[in-house]
Design a protein around this ligand. Sequence first.
Ligand code: MN
Length: 270
Amino acid sequence: MPVLLVTNDDGVHAAGLAALAGALEDLGEVHVLAPEREQSACGHALTLHRPLSVHRWGERRTSVNGTPSDCVNLGVLGFLPERPVLVVSGINHGSNLGDDVTYSGTVSAAMEGTLLGVPSIAISLVEGDELEAAARVARQVAMRVLVSGLPPMTLLNVNVPAGTPKGVRLTRLGHRVYSGKIVEQADPRGRAHYWIGAGPPAWEALDGTDMGAVHDGYASVTPLDLDLTHHRALAQMTDWEPALNAALRARPREPAKPASRAKPGKRRRR
Ligand code: MN
């Protein structure tokens, strides 16, 4: 039986994780390796400055005191009995649509799997806690990936609306309209504190997007490219290189400033 790695960012005890592991059960030897605590919105963080420890909850169910990407790193690079043939992350409680994928621990786990060369899927339930439909979608998409594979550097981001989806749509990422403001409040001692991400969400045109699909009651499947280089921009920026070089040559570096006036020892490295 091929090894499948299941992880998430809601933590090892999340219902979505158990539903996902159950849905994939007969496709391979499912190993759950998930953060011991909720790590939502942790992005692609890796724990590099302290060792990781694990706790075994069952024969193939283990928690890690780290991030989703830590779990995938461990799982792909030697913690499991074999290198997994598939990484599936979720089922996240809450959507991971459009630009939000850049914050998502769920999607980052799939990014980590992809970077390590393992086909990877992220799956999220947009609303509510009825996990059955999302589990069925996860299973079908996973089967398809096991049969067809994925292009290199490509992962699938799947979002399933509440209720029974009308079907599946292949989509592109939607884009947020950033119209929100920060919210400034005073704490009980009169000091200012700030809330970000508090405004009502708004999206550009929904046509063809993941946001549009779930809005219409469909599950969205979005292929994401981890090659972040903008190749078209690179080709259009050919004149930048000589211009920047000419400018750098023309202006000699200013002499170094005299030593800073900060008191010695007070300066903290950041
Ligand atoms: Mn989450």
